[in-house]
Each structure stands twice: as structure tokens, then as C-alpha cells.
Design a protein. Structure first.
Length: 256
């Protein structure tokens, strides 16, 4: 079926049984939008793209008033590279089972956006939920969305390399062992007993728990004296802290 036929099929399907839709998208169609309606009740839905234009974009989301909470499986043609995949299904579990995508923007439930073996993705921006990269899957960069204040878990197969991380707080998970990952350019610190991150050095100092450590993620040039009123440790982590305060000190320390 074509993309235009899919909407009627989704609206008409009220069974809870798993369903597969085989979709042939004409080469003239550069963008496909799929909305899952509130009446759709299948536990698992598979969108199997037989044909799709190279460089096309695909968006799958809840229709207005809907909150699909099942499983979504996406199969793209192996010989086609898609430019952008946007998934806005904050209550669903989503698996990209086949295909190559330049950029993914993901909002899923906490049960993750899954990159299956054989799938290659250049970058994933995580606006909600977590990410799992299975054995044989490849992701170059994971970016935590600017409005996402939750900790993002990146669950890796045993031999999968950890992608470069930008923004937010990220936990690397291998064999159920969690490890905090320092995003590029971010300062990690402990707030209310938990690791968090910021790209602002002063914010990290002001918000860090007393008697805790700030791990630097980039060089810092101090041009105005920073007042510190608590006991904290700064781990340079291989970066430089440069004092460029004219005639003064970088820090004014008055901690007990």
C-alpha cells in the first residue's frame, strides 16, 4: 500500500493482535508522516517499507488525543539511507530493526528506542526515553535534547562501542552495570546526591553538593573572581583552569 492508504488502515484496525503494514512509497515522495490514532489497539505494529526514496524523511507520532503504548517496529530498505527519522511516541517501545538513518529524533517511553543489529545511525537526539544499541548496531553520536532534564540510559550490547555524547546526564549500561558518562563540553557534578551535568562552570559550582566533586569537561577561562562558600573539589580531568582576572584571584574561598 502507499502512505496515503495507511491512515485509513490504522483507523480501521481495532484488534489487539500484532499487525504488519507493507508500504511502498513513490520515489516522488520526500516526506512521510504517520499518525497512530487513539482507536488503534494492536500490541505490536510493524511498518515495513518495501520502497522509499533515498534521503526521505519519516515521522511517526501519536495522533491528537492518542497515547499509543505498544510496540512499534520500523523496517527500512537495506539499500536506502534515510535523512531524518522522527519518533514522537512517549508511551511506546520503538525498534529500528532495519535500515540506515542520518539523524533520529526520539521521544519514547523509558523502555527505549532500540537500534537493532545491522542498523547504522549517525546521531540520535533523545527528547524522552532511553536508547538501546544491540550487537551489530552502530550509533556515532547521542545528544540529549535541550528540554530533556531526565537521565538518559544508553544500554549497549557487550561489544558495542559507546557513542560520543553531547548534553545532559547519560548512564552507560552494560550487563546491568551503570556508569556515568561525561558529555563533551559538560561539567559533571553531584546535586542532591545524584550525578548531573551542565555546560556552565559557574552553575556547576553553585549547584554542587557540599563536599562533592566537579569533573571538568572543557577548558575554563575565569575573568571575574568566583566566590565559593562550600567545600568542593574540582577535578581538572585533563583540562585547564585559566586565571585571567585582572589583578585578582580566580576564586574567593570562604568555606568552613
Amino acid at each position: 500500500m502507499g502512505p496515503n492508504d495507511l491512515a485509513a488502515k490504522l483507523n480501521a484496525y481495532t484488534s489487539t493482535e500484532a499487525v504488519v503494514y507493507n508500504i511502498v512509497s513513490p520515489s516522488t515522495v520526500a516526506g512521510i508522516d504517520i499518525e497512530i490514532p487513539s482507536t488503534f489497539a494492536a500490541e505490536t505494529v510493524t511498518f515495513n517499507f518495501i520502497e522509499i526514496k533515498t534521503g526521505a524523511t519519516l515521522a511517526i507520532k501519536d495522533a491528537t488525543g492518542a497515547a499509543f503504548a505498544g510496540n512499534v517496529v520500523i523496517n527500512l530498505p537495506e539499500n536506502v539511507s534515510m535523512s531524518n527519522l522522527t519518533v514522537n511516541l512517549p508511551n511506546a517501545h520503538v525498534t529500528l530493526k532495519q535500515g540506515n538513518v542520518t539523524k533520529v529524533i526520539s521521544s519514547t517511553s523509558s523502555t527505549t528506542f532500540v537500534v537493532a543489529g545491522g542498523v547504522k545511525v549517525e546521531s540520535i537526539t533523545v527528547n524522552a526515553g532511553n536508547v538501546e544499541i544491540q550487537e551489530g548496531g552502530e550509533v556515532e553520536v547521542i545528544a540529549v535534547g535541550p528540554e530533556n532534564n531526565e537521565t538518559v540510559k544508553v544500554i549497549l550490547g557487550d561489544t558495542v562501542e559507546m557513542p560520543t555524547v553531547t548534553g545532559g546526564t547519560v548512564l552507560k549500561v552494560v550487563d546491568n552495570i551503570e556508569e556515568t558518562v561525561q558529555p563533551a563540553g559538560y561539567f559533571l557534578y553531584i546535586k542532591d546526591g545524584e550525578w548531573t551535568g551542565s555546560n556552565d562552570f559557574l552553575e556547576a559550582i553553585n549547584n554542587a553538593d557540599p563536599a562533592s566533586t566537579i569533573s571538568m569537561g572543557k577548558d575554563v577561562e575565569v575573568t571575574e573572581t568566583i566566590k565559593i562558600t562550600k567545600d568542593i573539589k574540582i577535578d581538572l580531568n585533563g583540562y585547564k583552569l585559566i586565571n585571567n582576572v585582572t589583578g585578582g584571584r580566580a576564586f574567593d574561598i570562604s568555606a568552613d
